[in-house]
Design a protein around this ligand. Structure first.
Ligand code: ATP
Ligand code: MG
Length: 159
C-alpha cells in the first residue's frame, strides 16, 4: 500500500499510466473519497491512458457510462445515487464484476461486500485546503500490481 500526496497534474499523469495497465488486464478499480476529492479526474486520465477518445463525463445521474478503449470495453460507474446494494442491478452489476470489462466505480463503499475480491482500491483525501489530494492505492486478490505512485509525488507523506 502506498500513500502519496499529488497535485492535479501529477494525479492526471499517474492516472494515465494506471489506466493503460488497468485496461490491459481488465482490472476492477474501486474509488473511495468525499465529494470533489478527485475520483472523476482520475477516471478521465485513466480512460485517456486506456485509449478512450470520447469525452469522459461524470455518470452521477446515469449511474454508468461505457467507452471503447484500445483493449476493449471500459465502464465508469458512480454509486452516489443508489439507495442500497439492491439497486446495483440498475447498472448491470453482474456484467461489471464479470471481469470482461475494465471498470472504474466511484463511491465504491456503497457496493459494500458486492465488490469483486480481485480489485484495485484507490482512496482519495483532500489536503492543503483543496490544493492537493493524498491518494492511497492497494491491489487486492489476484489483481496486478498498481503502477507506482512515488515518481509522481510532489511531497511524499509516507509509504
Ligand atoms: N490532485 C488534485 N489536486 C488538486 N485539485 C484536484 C486534484 N484532483 C482533482 N482536483 C480538482 O478537484 C475537483 C473535483 O474533482 P472530481 O470531480 O474529480 O471529484 P470527485 O471525487 O469525482 O467528486 P464526486 O464525488 O462529486 O463525483 C476538480 O475541480 C478538480 O480540478
Ligand atoms: Mg465524480
Amino acid at each position: 500500500m502506498t500513500r502519496i500526496q499529488l497535485d492535479e497534474g501529477a494525479l492526471r499523469q499517474w492516472g494515465q499510466v494506471l489506466g493503460a495497465v488497468a485496461a490491459r488486464d481488465s482490472v476492477f478499480v474501486a474509488l473511495f473519497g468525499a465529494l470533489g476529492s478527485g475520483k472523476t479526474t482520475l477516471v478521465q486520465a485513466a480512460c485517456e491512458g486506456a485509449g478512450v477518445s470520447m469525452n469522459v463525463t461524470s455518470p452521477t445521474y446515469t449511474l454508468v457510462h461505457w467507452y471503447c478503449g484500445k483493449h476493449g470495453p471500459i465502464a465508469h460507474a458512480d454509486l452516489y445515487r443508489i439507495n442500497s446494494t439492491a439497486d446495483l442491478f440498475l447498472l448491470d452489476w453482474d456484467e461489471l464484476e464479470s471481469g470482461r470489462a475494465t471498470v472504474f466505480v466511484e463511491w465504491a463503499d456503497r457496493a459494500s461486500d458486492e465488490l469483486p475480491p480481485d480489485r484495485w482500491e484507490l482512496w482519495f483525501e483532500v489536503v492543503l485546503g483543496g490544493e492537493a489530494r493524498v491518494v492511497e492505492a492497494k491491489s487486492l486478490g489476484t489483481a496486478p500490481p498498481i503502477p507506482a505512485l512515488e515518481a509522481y509525488a510532489r511531497t511524499r507523506r509516507s509509504s
